[in-house]
Design a protein around this ligand. Structure first.
Ligand SMILES: Nc1ncnc2c1ncn2[C@@H]1O[C@H](COP(=O)(O)OP(=O)(O)OP(=O)(O)O)[C@@H](O)[C@H]1O
Ligand SMILES: Nc1nc2c(ncn2[C@@H]2O[C@H](COP(=O)(O)O)[C@@H](O)[C@H]2O)c(=O)[nH]1
Length: 204
């Protein structure tokens, strides 16, 4: 039977740079993760494309997905729903491919319960003032939404100890190098464990 892929979850407060780091990781030729595109009820930002950045849904459509159990996890985050399509994740993992989720903390904790052997990485800002600076400079959110996201950010940062690793995003290049190293180490660790069992079975 084919070995299942690794589920990699990247979380962190809004504006820390998850999307930027993920895009950089995926642009590297040797990266072999599959990105799970999320569902959201948030309106598209300028330049965002349905089916590429998100699957954009109405609240009614999203609530239907919840009631039909089509989401691996979902959360309401500062006024909008966000969720991960379960079928895509299950199918891709069963094909032996690693799946990469970029989600907020409530959702990550739901995934942790369903996939205790997933790899959970928290992307941390160098400081709260730098976090605010990044989200303001991005220029996509109103002042009210920024305040809401900064309030949630403080609660999310407290949760970093529930993750396997914390990676500081002081530099996109360094953050990517750290994440690649963590994933490589995780693959080595799993391989070694399974090989040890294979050897044991041969001996007996
Ligand atoms: N290491 C970094 N140093 C300086 N600026 C950065 C760094 N990483 C990302 N940024 C900038 O910070 C802003 C927020 O980044 P990004 O949109 O990737 O964050 P995010 O965590 O995905 O946010 P959200 O959760 O709201 O989608 C962007 O303008 C991006 O260019
Ligand atoms: N629980 C989930 N959170 C998700 C998902 N997709 C994205 N997100 C997170 O929501 C916030 C806000 O995103 P934005 O695009 O409006 O800035 C951010 O932390 C995302 O990572 C998901 O499927 N589930």
């Amino acid at each position: 039977m084919r070995e299942r892929g690794l589920l990699i979850v990247l979380s962190g407060p809004s504006g820390v740079g998850k999307g930027t780091v993920r895009k950089e990781l995926f642009s590297q030729n040797d990266t072999k993760f599959e990105y799970s595109i999320s569902m959201t009820t948030r309106l598209p930002r300028a330049g965002e494309v349905d089916g590429v950045d998100y699957f954009f849904k109405t609240r009614e459509e999203f609530e239907q997905l919840i009631s039909e159990d089509k989401l691996l996890e979902w959360a309401e985050f500062v006024g909008n729903y966000y969720g991960t399509p379960v079928d895509y994740v299950e199918k891709t993992l069963s094909e032996g491919k690693d799946v990469f989720l970029e989600i907020e903390v409530q959702g990550a904790m739901q995934v942790r319960k369903k996939f205790p052997d997933g790899l959970f990485i928290f992307l941390a800002p160098p400081s709260l003032s730098e976090l605010k600076n990044r989200i303001v400079t991005r220029g996509t959110e109103t002042e009210d939404i920024i305040e809401g996201r900064m309030k949630v950010a403080k609660e999310e940062i407290i949760m970093m100890s529930a993750y396997d690793y914390v990676v500081e995003n002081d530099s996109v290049t360094l953050a990517c190098e750290r994440i690649n190293a963590i994933v490589l180490a995780e693959h080595c660790r799993r391989e070694r464990v399974s090989k040890r069992y294979m050897k044991m079975l041969e001996v007996e």
